[in-house]
Design a binder for this molecule. Structure first.
Ligand code: PLP
Ligand code: TYF
Length: 395
């Protein structure tokens, strides 16, 4: 049967890393994948994570299975982080939380669960969105379409278009939204725009799935989480997928969570029973290490403060890298890319064409996606000038 297998195209983002690794030029810069690197060009081990690891290592724990839904204290801590410990929805027990394999695992479990409750629903993702949103929901069996989001000429959001598309969607349509630090554009809705989107979702009977892979990278943990509180206040049933890959620099530990907000605790229990089937038939139960680390940090006031401070430092450093890139571009004669400073999160949607991105890669060893996305969180003082010069050269 394997003679029927055709060669699939590489993942548009992770495929770039493979090409980058194979490149032997010494001045190469990988701005393809969304990974935060320190000033030394290396992946950071956050201080709180290092301390938590030392504590765990001292315990010499055996390696048992977790429950299907993961580590209970982790689930509780991540729920409080996302919804706020004081949230009525948390207190009333109407949020089902399960530990997942990163944000991607949360999305897949959510997609599988949604398929069991409404197989005919359509999924709407932003235009553009993280490449894997379309692929993942399509593989789960859904028809995926887009709502208008990015307006290239305005360098911002086509908000009227977005609302029009949501208003035209059939009841039950699943709408995937980015909570903050929109991937790939870096443009987020303003609070009043969120209010309008939420009103439309409520009036039209749409099902919101809020994907939050970058909590803390916009304005702060609480500030970025505020949008989730808006959905709670609106009395909606909705889904939240979160990832700690970036915010704890725990990419390879595959640690995240899915939260499903129900109208009451009894419904939440039924949801949990069904979500557990989705998990069991995919991978049985999640991995232990990432959950143990996040649980230790969130459960210890001092470590938590240490973590939030370091995350804040990463957020501020990305902002200063944006400024330095804009400044470098100006020094090389490019003075119309100041918008890079206004974008939020790890990415800049540069507006460069596919040909320009290919030239950046081939002629200057600067890797970004074909759609013009660059991960500004991988810049540092050693490579920012090379990147600015390269962009100026291909424009
Ligand atoms: N959702 C968005 C918008 C992302 O950018 C990412 C990036 O990795 C994910 C989900 C997946 O997160 P994880 O890497 O934890 O699976
Ligand atoms: O968008 C990114 O670069 C990150 C990492 O299939 C990523 O979200 C990219 C592609 C992918 C999984 C993770």
């Amino acid at each position: 049967i394997l003679d029927r297998v055709e060669l699939a195209p590489a993942d548009p983002i992770l495929g770039l890393t493979e090409a980058f690794k194979a490149d032997d030029r010494t001045n190469k810069v990988n701005l393809g994948v969304g990974v935060y690197l320190g000033e030394d060009g290396k992946l950071p081990l956050m201080d709180a994570v290092r301390i938590a690891e030392e504590r765990l290592a001292g315990q010499a724990r055996p390696h048992g299975y977790l429950g299907i839904d993961g580590l209970p204290s982790y689930n509780q801590a991540t729920r409080a982080l996302v919804f706020g410990a004081e949230s009525e929805a948390v207190a009333s027990g109407r949020i089902t939380t399960v530990q997942t394999l990163g944000g991607t695992g949360a999305l897949k479990v959510a997609a599988d669960f949604l398929r069991t409750i409404d197989a005919d629903a359509k999924v709407l993702i932003s235009s553009p969105s993280w490449e894997n949103h379309r692929a993942l929901f399509t593989r789960a069996g859904f028809t995926v379409e887009e709502y208008r989001y990015y307006a290239p000429e305005a360098r911002g959001i086509d908000f009227d278009g977005m609302l029009e598309d949501l208003e035209a969607a059939a009841a039950g349509t699943i709408v995937v939204l980015h909570a903050c630090c929109h991937n790939p554009t870096g443009y987020d809705l303003a609070p009043e725009q969120w209010d309008q989107v939420i009103r439309t979702i409520s009036e039209r009977g749409l099902v919101a799935l809020v994907d939050m892979a970058y909590q803390g990278f916009g304005f702060g943990i609480e500030e970025d989480g505020a949008v989730i509180g808006k959905f709670v206040d609106a009395g909606l049933e909705f889904f939240v997928t979160t990832s700690f890959s970036k915010s704890f620099s725990l990419y390879g530990e595959r640690i995240g969570a899915l939260h499903v907000v129900s109208p009451d605790a009894d419904t939440a229990r039924k949801v949990l029973s069904q979500v557990k089937i989705c998990i069991r038939t995919n991978y049985s139960n999640p991995a232990t290490q990432g959950a143990a680390l996040v649980d230790i940090i969130l459960g210890d006031a001092e470590l938590r403060a240490n973590w939030e401070a370091e995350l804040g430092g990463m957020r501020e450093r990305i902002k200063s890298l944006r400024s330095r890139l804009v400044q470098g571009l100006q020094e090389h004669g490019v003075d119309d890319m100041g918008f890079i400073r206004e974008q939020l999160g790890m990415f800049s949607y540069s507006g460069l064409t596919k040909d320009q991105m290919v030239a950046l890669r081939n002629e200057h060893a600067v890797y970004g996606t074909d759609k013009g996305r660059m991960c500004v969180a991988a810049l540092n003082s050693n490579n920012v000038d090379h990147v600015a010069r390269a962009i100026a050269a291909v424009r």
